[in-house]
Design a protein around this ligand. Structure first.
Ligand SMILES: Nc1nc2c(ncn2[C@@H]2O[C@H](COP(=O)(O)OP(=O)(O)OP(=O)(O)O)[C@@H](O)[C@H]2O)c(=O)[nH]1
Length: 345
């Protein structure tokens, strides 16, 4: 029996996974796809952003959202039943694409394809790791040598890098294909340096492609035939040997409120808060006073982007909903307080 190929898209928060997914969808033609979209925060934003991209390839029922934590921690409870339901359909999808949360470790997910109920019917076609060239160039995944030396002096048994660095390395080490995305944000010299660095972090023979806004032909992304579940041992992880792991290193919460006066007012309030609290990711939809359309807000580190994506639907709650993610210790109440002025409740 032919196995259904499944592509896993990994990459740190904001690297461009949903953007790549949207690009695949809009260029998928009539190939019947199913999407499993996983998010760290309690509120799913990404599913909402890919809906309607290509109804022919992927309708409402073909998009399954798994919010409430990282897929790597809820494999048995969420992912396996979801996969089984997709595979049991009278007309199963031709290809399944799984967008993991930016904080997910890919390996436990790949391992799930070894489960007997899945193994005979589906295979990991490839793990695609997206890298945010801008964030990498700014050293956002690298450890601070001096701080690490101090921490090790205080605790000589300390052998791990920062949580961000570990995750980044795990995601790269599990990849069959690496996409260095957001190349529009860095110079050619920087790009060259990043490519050289990346070459040392991936498994031998893994292809690296450059992209802007994930604009790559689906023909180079899908159909890698890697069967990643068969060579798990070659994909090293900082979490190998651990029976379990959690995401205690990261915090997230949802800000919900009424309309903002203008996109500019929201940005002016958000920018200093992101910097002061070292917020890693903000994303969501925003109601703007007197505007019939909803605003999509995207923040990756200090970089904020926004656009109106569609009119509010009749009966839809016109409100602002932002997911905020940061490292452990994020001061939720201070952040809420700083933003209550612009996001009225
Ligand atoms: N300048 C630039 N921005 C990009 C590019 N690709 C994606 N973005 C922007 O980066 C932001 C985050 O993109 P997403 O596709 O949502 O990233 P993600 O990896 O799905 O984010 P999470 O699911 O939260 O981890 C959005 O504002 C995108 O428009 C790119 O190549 N260049």
């Amino acid at each position: 029996m032919n196995k259904i190929p499944a592509t896993v898209i990994t990459g740190f928060l904001g690297a461009g996974k949903t953007t790549l997914l949207r690009h695949i969808l809009t260029h998928a033609g009539a190939r019947r796809l199913a999407l499993i979209i996983n998010e760290f925060g309690d509120v799913g934003i990404d599913g909402e952003l890919v809906r309607g991209c290509n109804e022919e390839a992927c309708g409402e029922d073909d998009i399954v959202e798994l919010a409430n934590g990282c897929i790597c921690c809820t494999v048995a409870d969420d992912f396996l039943p979801t996969m089984q339901r997709l595979l049991d359909r009278p007309e199963p999808p031709e290809h399944i694409i799984i967008e993991t949360s930016g904080l997910a470790l890919p390996k436990p997910l790949i391992k799930a394809f070894q489960w007997p109920a899945i193994r005979t019917r589906a295979s990991v076609d490839g793990v695609i790791a997206l890298v945010d060239a801008d964030a990498l160039a700014q050293g956002r995944f690298a450890h601070d040598e001096a701080a690490l030396a101090l921490a090790r002096a205080a605790d000589p048994t300390l052998d791990h890098d920062t949580p961000l660095e570990e995750l980044f390395e795990d995601q790269l080490a599990s990849a069959d294909l690496v996409v260095l995305n957001k190349t529009d944000l860095v110079s050619n010299e920087t790009l060259e340096r990043l490519e050289t660095e990346l070459a040392t972090q991936v498994r031998p023979g893994v292809r690296r492609l450059k992209a802007r806004h994930g604009a790559l032909d689906p023909a180079v992304l899908l159909g890698l035939c890697a069967a990643a579940e068969d060579d798990l041992d070659a994909r090293r992880s900082h979490h190998d040997g651990a029976d379990d792991h959690d995401h205690d290193d990261f915090d997230s919460f949802v800000l919900t409120g009424g309309p903002v006066a203008s996109p500019e007012a929201l940005l002016a309030a958000l920018e200093p808060v992101i910097r002061a609290h070292d917020i890693l990711r903000v994303k969501g939809t925003v109601a703007v006073a007197a505007k019939p359309a909803r605003l999509v807000l995207q923040g990756v580190g200090p970089r904020l982007q926004h656009h109106f994506d569609r009119a509010w639907k009749p009966g839809e709650a016109v409100r602002t909903q932002l997911v905020v993610i940061g490292e452990k210790g994020l001061d939720e109440s201070a952040i809420r307080q700083a933003l209550t002025r612009v996001i009225a409740s």
